[in-house]
Design a protein around this ligand. Structure first.
Ligand SMILES: [Fe+2]
Length: 251
């Protein structure tokens, strides 16, 4: 302690320590009481042997906006037009939002077939599609197929500051032919392009919010996850079960 009188005892200054846990290639640290769970159940549910790809990035955007972007299905027709879905081929879809403590799940009773290039090249008829979120910042898009196989894209979010968010991502595949080299060589270039489209729209969103400071963004009935995410990130409380609902969206 520079400048401290050596004849005097050192003041009692301590830095709190938190347990660290390794799982599936990631190190987890959550500043919470000792003995409580570091690892979100959402990350624990996927078998490490099914991991085919990992990736990390830093995007310009508040953590709320970045998480909402990943979990939102409705923007895909515009931002990823032709790659994930086509606007001209929207159809009504039953959507169910469930909230259970720290966990949130959105189920889309998906049409078996999708309209985008990624689906035509790499997928088969879907049984269902779901978006999962767990406090404080873990999420998963899960695709279940009629042949019993499954593909999961997981993203974990960490705010760098109020304008930038770090993302750690992984791709898990169960029951489908998807060796690492093939995912890296064939699928990843397409997903990387989709990611750049998301990063660009988030940067544009942030620029527009700065340009029109003080205006509140418009919100539609289809933006089902925004109030859930805000409960935690703006108000520090677990999501209100009153947000749960069922509705029809054109997907
Ligand atoms: Fe997107």
């Amino acid at each position: 302690m520079p400048g401290h009188d050596p004849a005097q005892p050192l003041p009692a200054i301590r830095v709190p320590g938190f347990p660290l846990q390794e799982h599936d290639g990631l190190l987890w640290l959550r500043p919470c009481a000792e003995g409580s769970e570091q690892l979100p159940a959402l990350a624990r549910e996927l078998a490490p042997g099914q991991r085919r790809f990992e990736w990390q990035a830093q995007w310009r955007g508040h953590v709320l906006d970045v998480m909402e972007n990943f979990l939102d299905a409705l923007h895909t027709h515009y931002v990823h037009a032709g790659w994930l879905r086509r606007h001209s081929q929207r159809r009504p879809c039953q959507v169910a939002l469930d909230i259970d403590g720290e966990r949130v799940r959105v189920d889309y009773r998906a049409h078996g077939e999708q309209s985008g290039l990624v689906y035509r090249l790499f997928e088969s008829r879907r049984l269902g599609e779901s978006a999962h979120f767990q406090l404080p910042g873990s999420s998963r898009l899960q695709y279940d197929y009629r042949d019993g196989s499954q593909v999961c894209i997981s993203l974990h979010f960490s705010p760098v500051d109020g304008r930038n968010t770090r993302i750690l991502a992984s791709l898990h595949v169960r029951g489908r032919w998807a060796p690492r080299w093939a995912v890296r060589a064939l699928l990843w270039p397409l997903l990387a392009h989709v990611g750049r489209q998301d990063a660009a729209i988030l940067a544009a969103q942030q620029d527009n919010m700065a340009r029109f400071a003080g205006r509140r963004p418009a919100r539609m009935h289809g933006d089902v996850l925004r109030p859930v995410l805000e409960d935690w990130w703006l108000h520090g409380r677990t999501p209100d079960p009153a947000h749960a609902r069922q509705l029809t969206l054109w997907l």
